[in-house]
Design a protein. Structure first.
Length: 293
């Protein structure tokens, strides 16, 4: 059994006749019939029920034929994917970079770099998937993306990775908040105030809750949302405080950013699965990010 025979069976199943299948495959009908017959002999089963009339040979797949056809569909699809990936690895004239990133990086760190990379490689397609750290990790594990930016805590033996950035986590607050006069804020003081939090699935929430548990504190979560701009609006109006990466606070925001005491830093890595070949497009993107940190 070889891939050509599986393609012949697939064409038969899709067209319903030897004549139409042979035409679709651009081959002689007798050659197609012989190919299917050899496949049946090799497997020791009948794959096609044939009935004759003066116009054509009508066919229907047997139970064995239907089962083999389902396998054939998967094998043919995987072969096409392999061919596409190898061609993309061979050059940078085509290809797609599929990358998953945490929300804050997608909003504040990557946009300018994505545009610069796109300008350098206009022939490549960029597909960006933005979400929580748990979503990012899951997409990489399930190969829904080729590369992902994940926290150091999420690194696993199945991944290859490079450290992309090290960013400080800060406390964001309004200018009139009681903590505004502090040069730095302890975790104990942080938990004494109403908090604006990301929803479950984001690293910041997991980290804050883990710190509260260690300190035997119960966080007073006043608002929950994954919309970073809404979080900033709530904080700027003095309805709560939050913790974000320092990059998320800009001079135009009516928000103060105070470091933790002691300071807290987050290491973010760009990662990919070891057993999955890295395409030329993916490698070009990783190299670009590493050179433009």
């Amino acid at each position: 059994m070889d891939i050509r025979q599986l393609k012949h069976l697939d064409a038969l199943a899709n067209t319903g006749s030897f004549t139409a299948a042979a035409k679709k495959l651009n081959m002689a009908q007798p050659a197609l019939s012989q190919s299917i017959k050899r496949l049946e002999v090799a497997l020791g089963v009948t794959l096609v029920n044939r009935t004759s009339n003066k116009h054509d040979k009508l066919l229907a797949l047997t139970a064995e034929g239907l089962v083999l056809h389902q396998h054939a569909i998967l094998i043919i699809k995987q072969l096409k994917q392999a061919e596409a990936q190898i061609k993309a690895m061979a050059n940078l004239t085509s290809g797609e970079v599929r990358i998953a990133v945490p929300g804050m990086l997608g909003s504040f760190y990557l946009p300018s770099r994505l545009m610069a990379f796109r300008h350098k490689h206009p022939e490549l397609k960029l597909s960006l998937f933005e979400g929580g750290t748990r979503d990012t990790l899951r997409m990489l594990q399930q190969e829904e993306v080729d590369i992902a930016i994940i926290t150091a805590q999420d690194l696993q033996p199945e991944f290859d990775s490079q450290l992309l950035i090290r960013e400080q986590m800060v406390i964001a607050m309004g200018a009139e908040h009681p903590l505004a006069e502090h040069s730095a804020v302890s975790l104990n003081d942080f938990f004494d105030h109403e908090l604006v939090m990301f929803k479950t699935g984001y690293f910041h929430r997991e980290w804050i809750l883990s710190q509260a548990k260690e300190l035997k504190k119960k966080p007073n979560i006043a608002f929950e949302t994954n919309l970073i701009n809404l979080i900033k609006q709530i904080v700027s109006q003095g309805f709560g405080i939050t913790s974000v990466l320092e990059m998320a606070i800009s001079a135009k925001d009516d928000i103060l950013a105070k470091p933790f005491d002691p300071p807290v830093f987050l290491n973010l890595h760009i990662a990919w699965k070891k057993q999955r070949p890295v395409s030329q497009a993916d490698r070009a993107f990783v190299d670009f990010l590493m050179n433009h940190r």
